[in-house]
Design a protein around this ligand. Structure first.
Ligand SMILES: *Cc1c(COP(=O)(O)O)cnc(C)c1O
Length: 391
């Protein structure tokens, strides 16, 4: 591995030179089934012809102008996202953490406008919201935070899936918003239960807190709805997304409802690259490709198939604690850490990753088909069976 790159990732000794659909090829021409999509990013798979065509077309015209000028592609993408969500307007960033930063700043400003001196955002145990100082503060994982303090004020942590812990803050007049993942991805593929989310929506409305959903990972079709909250009959006040939106190009969005659409004003926030003509053209094309090709239905069908196959084969396995998730965001929790599992899957030509050491995580491209799901499931089941025999 290169010593000229900061050692922040603990990378595998493996590199790819080409991709096609759900497949990645290494330098020796070996093929790997991509069960992780660059951590939920390559939603349409690799080298999707639509993405390639849009990049080529836009690159011949214009890459970047800055947000000093109107950007037609950005406008079109914002209209699409507001049409899908019924929310009012968008701010574009380059990543998930930055989308959350925008949401946190919006919530603080919303509080400041109400005369709240120390606007405070509720976040949750097990949460992951990014690696910047504010989003790390909002993250509920002490291991990731170790050594990076002091952290800014204005965050309170409640218990995930415990409405009473949030209700207990009702008398806290500093609270302005609740920031939550509907399914915690990095936290171990932990879904929030329906009563909890429905209860949060009611509690936020009753207390005039903003319900801010971090759909950086769960958005863009991952769970079988375009955004995961669309399984419910309410809307968030703010929604952030990123990962799958650009199908590999860096883009994030913070989407606000009517209630808070005017909170951020000229000069109050910005990003040099955010929403440039190239990424917004690609993101709009990603959305249209997902919707026009019935990929949401495919995610539901393939997600159920994968989960059922895993459940049928593994539910009584002594080393399997739980199989959970929604759509193509699925985790298999084992009884103990399994860091060597990734390497064994690679030997079998399958890429998966871990979440919280003990959860084998699946985030395959949304275009995955039945045959590929079978192969993915079979390989992982065989490997987990192998674990059982060793202990
Ligand atoms: C990945 C992720 C982030 C951070 O996104 P980056 O693009 O890495 O900054 C934030 N929230 C959630 C839920 C994520 O899964």
């Amino acid at each position: 591995m290169s010593t000229s790159i900061m050692n922040t990732y603990g990378q595998k000794n493996l590199q790819f030179s080409q991709g096609e659909g759900v497949w990645l090829m290494d330098d020796a021409g070996r093929r790997y089934l991509d069960g992780i999509s660059g951590i939920g990013v390559n939603s349409l798979g690799h080298a999707h012809p639509n993405t390639t065509a849009v990049i080529n077309e836009q690159a011949c015209k214009l890459l970047h102008t800055s947000n000093l000028y109107h950007i037609t592609n950005q406008q079109a993408l914002a209209e699409k996202l507001t049409e899908i969500t019924g929310l009012a307007n968008c701010f574009f960033s380059n990543s998930g953490a930055e989308a959350n930063e925008a949401a946190i700043k919006l919530a603080r400003k919303y509080g400041a406008n109400k005369g709240i001196e120390k606007p405070t955002v509720i976040t949750f145990t097990g949460a992951f919201h990014g690696r910047t100082i504010a989003t790390l503060t909002a993250t509920g994982n002490e291991k990731l935070k170790d050594g990076f303090g002091p952290f800014p004020e204005g965050f309170i942590q409640c218990q995930y899936n415990d409405l009473a812990s949030v209700e207990a803050q009702s008398s806290n007049t500093d609270i302005v918003a609740v920031l939550i993942e509907t399914i915690q991805g990095e936290g171990g593929v932990n879904p929030a239960n329906d009563e909890f989310l429905n209860g949060l929506r009611e509690l936020c409305t009753a207390n005039d807190w903003l319900l801010m959903l971090d759909e950086v990972q769960t958005g863009n079709g991952r769970t079988g709805h375009y955004f995961s909250y669309q399984a419910y009959d309410w809307q968030p006040d703010v929604l952030t997304t990123a990962k799958g939106l650009g199908n590999g190009l860096p883009i994030g969005a913070c989407i606000a409802s009517d209630k808070v659409a005017d909170v951020l004003q000229p000069g109050s926030h910005g990003s040099t690259y955010g929403g440039n003509p190239l990424v917004t053209a690609v993101a709009l094309n990603t959305i249209n490709t997902i919707l026009n090709n019935n990929l949401l239905a495919n995610v539901q069908a393939m997600g159920n198939k994968l989960k059922n196959q895993l459940s049928d084969a593994l539910k009584d396995h002594p080393q399997v604690v739980d199989i959970r998730g929604k759509g193509l965001m699925i985790g298999v929790e084992l009884t103990k850490p399994c860091s060597d599992f990734i390497g064994r899957a690679i030997e079998k030509g399958v890429l998966i990753c871990l979440s919280r050491d003990k959860v084998i995580r699946f985030l395959p491209p949304l275009i995955i088909n039945e045959e590929e799901i079978d192969l993915l499931a079979r390989t992982i089941i065989t490997l987990i069976d192998g674990l059982g025999k060793e202990s």
